[in-house]
Design a protein around this ligand. Structure first.
Ligand code: CFM
Length: 545
């Protein structure tokens, strides 16, 4: 009988969805989650406030990772010629060993430590009596074996608890070794509420110990730093290809396919182009204050977004031949993109998607879905801050007990090497012409009204959302993959790209269109039935002799 059927929210109302998502929570939890689940009402000049970058409620199965993951895995992981030495129990090293799909191309020198796992392998006795001697030995051993340019030491939770002085050890070993830069990161997993704290810690230490170390001039025209691009699934290779075609010199990438020397030379660029704002905005700001390099926000996810970002870079350098060359590249690349869209779009138009990824992709990937004519009905970040949702005009944010844990480093203009790349007048003229400096508008203004913007979505809510709104595709990570697929909805990993990619740039966009077409139009999902859906009563019997 129809009356026994559950209410099916075909024309869902966001208020009902929100109420349903938090209905089962105890009142205190519901109150907190209500502030992190927002029905988008962004008006042109006004973005509603969302609660973000706060502690996950204990007991909730979050999608987040830890501070060590953000520092060692995300920011420092993709750099091939720095030995990343994990000071801690072996599990922390093991689980950060090649699990993120950042790729690298070692080049002629072949120096690449990314496929190794370096760890001090702390044991119970080290935790009781201290791990400093072991760390000193491990640094020496890594140096003797590989003679790397640099060794980074990463603290895991127990190191902070027992108080090993990793920074003094790093300083002493740097002096002792002479030709190897040794620095350490106090990135204990518990340091912040998520991996976001680890980004900040990595930004600080890399800026303090490496940026500016190489003053040997870098050749090339139109020199930029590409900040916040991590070469997942080869994205960075596609962006590099486009840069080369356009005549852009990439001094450094933070940190996809990068080297120690790139970081050391970053102060020689004339513009920083920021892709993932959340993970690297601190470096962008510090490069500006110390060396006078302005930064702009870019996005190479989506063909239109790529073209727009290239045009912004060209506009900044104010060189007509360069502007023309960029236009020529766009004109050459777009026909293939348009042909792919024309093929795929009739099958994807009007379909719906949900995106829940880290701190920037839930925004960037909306571009690709829009190119397919698809609608984003709900999106959010795992660990972004309010500025990533609402735009940087909300800065500075109130400092709470957790953010107070993370060091803010004081940076001043370098007495010799600070030189503003553009005068105030030039910057103002460019702003007038439409280029925004040191700014990010955030995710919310780009989302439709009445969509749901959700911070730190958890497993229970993810399943509820899918059950209620039945999207045609759900995008998140490996932790969510199988629980969503069991609900009969296709799931695309946007952290690791499953085994696909690249999705950045022009060629990447084409890859993405085809992949999404295959996923949302596959019938296989409608055939899926979990055993309990077919037969709600499961029986079992004990077997023993
Ligand atoms: Fe930036 Fe990232 Fe992301 Fe991120 Fe990440 Fe990643 Fe990510 Mo996974 S740096 S915030 S900490 S774009 S590893 S390459 S996919 S959560 S949205």
């Amino acid at each position: 009988m129809a009356t026994t059927a559950k209410k099916k929210l075909v024309q869902w109302d966001p208020t009902d969805i929100k109420a349903e998502m938090i209905a089962k929570y105890p009142p205190k939890v519901a109150r907190k989650r209500a502030k992190q689940i927002m029905i988008n009402e962004a008006l042109e000049n006004e973005t509603p406030e969302i609660l973000a970058n706060v502690r996950t409620i204990p007991g909730i199965i979050t999608m987040r990772g830890c501070t060590y993951a953000g520092c060692k895995g995300v920011i420092m992981g993709p750099t091939r010629d720095i030995v990343n030495l994990v000071h801690g129990p072996i599990g922390c090293g093991f689980y950060a060993w090649l699990t993120r799909r950042n790729q690298t191309e070692p080049g002629p020198d072949g120096e690449n430590y990314m496929n190794y796992c370096f760890s001090t392998d702390m044991q119970d006795s080290d935790i009781i009596f201290g791990g400093e001697k072991k760390l000193i030995k491990a640094i020496q051993e890594a140096y003797d074996l590989f003679h790397p340019k640099a060794i980074g030491v990463f603290a895991t939770c127990p190191v902070g608890l027992i108080g090993d002085d990793i920074h003094t050890i790093a300083k002493n070993m740097k002096e002792k070794l002479g030709d190897c830069n040794v620095f350490a990161f106090s990135c204990e997993g518990y340091k912040g509420v998520s991996q976001s704290a680890g980004h900040h810690i990595a930004n600080n230490q890399i800026f303090r110990h490496v940026v500016g170390e190489n003053d040997v001039p870098k050749e090339g025209e139109f020199k930029i730093n590409l900040l916040g691009e991590y070469n997942i699934g080869g994205d960075g290779f596609e962006i590099e290809r486009i840069f080369k075609k356009c005549g852009i010199t990439n001094i450094s990438t933070f940190s996809g396919n990068s080297t120690y020397d790139q970081f050391a030379s970053a102060h020689q660029a004339d513009l920083s182009a920021v892709m993932c704002h959340r993970s690297i905005n601190y470096v962008a700001d510090m490069l500006e204050v110390k060396y006078g390099i302005p930064w702009i926000k870019v996005n190479f996810i989506g063909a239109e977004a790529t073209a727009k970002s290239l045009r912004k870079i060209a506009m900044y350098f104010e060189d007509q031949a360069f502007i023309d060359r960029v236009e020529k590249v766009i004109a050459e690349e777009m026909p293939d993109v348009e042909a792919a869209i024309a093929d795929v779009r009739p099958r994807t138009e009007g379909k719906t998607a949900m995106i829940f990824v880290g701190g920037s992709r839930a925004h960037h990937y909306q571009e690709l879905f829009k190119e397919l004519g698809m609608k984003i009905i709900s999106a959010g970040y795992e660990f972004a801050h309010r500025d990533d949702y609402e735009g940087r005009q909300v800065l500075p944010l109130k400092v709470d007990a957790d953010s107070r844990n993370i060091e803010e480093i004081e940076v001043e203009a370098d007495p010799e090497r600070f030189h503003p790349r553009k005068s105030q007048e030039e910057l103002q003229a460019l702003e007038k012409a439409g280029l925004k400096f040191s700014h990010y508008d955030g995710l919310i203004p780009d989302m439709d009204s009445k969509t749901l913007v959700i911070d730190d979505l958890n497993q229970y809510e993810a399943e509820k959302l899918v059950e209620l709104m039945k999207p045609d595709i759900f995008c998140a990570g490996i932790k969510e993959k199988f629980s969503i697929q069991k609900l009969g909805v296709p799931m695309k990993q946007l952290h690791s790209y499953d085994s696909g990619g690249p999705y950045a740039g022009f060629k990447g966009a084409i890859n993405f269109y085809h992949e999404i077409d295959r996923l949302v139009n596959s019938k296989v999902w409608s055939y899926m039935k979990a055993p309990w859906q077919e037969n709600p009563q499961l029986t079992g019997s004990y077997v023993w002799e």
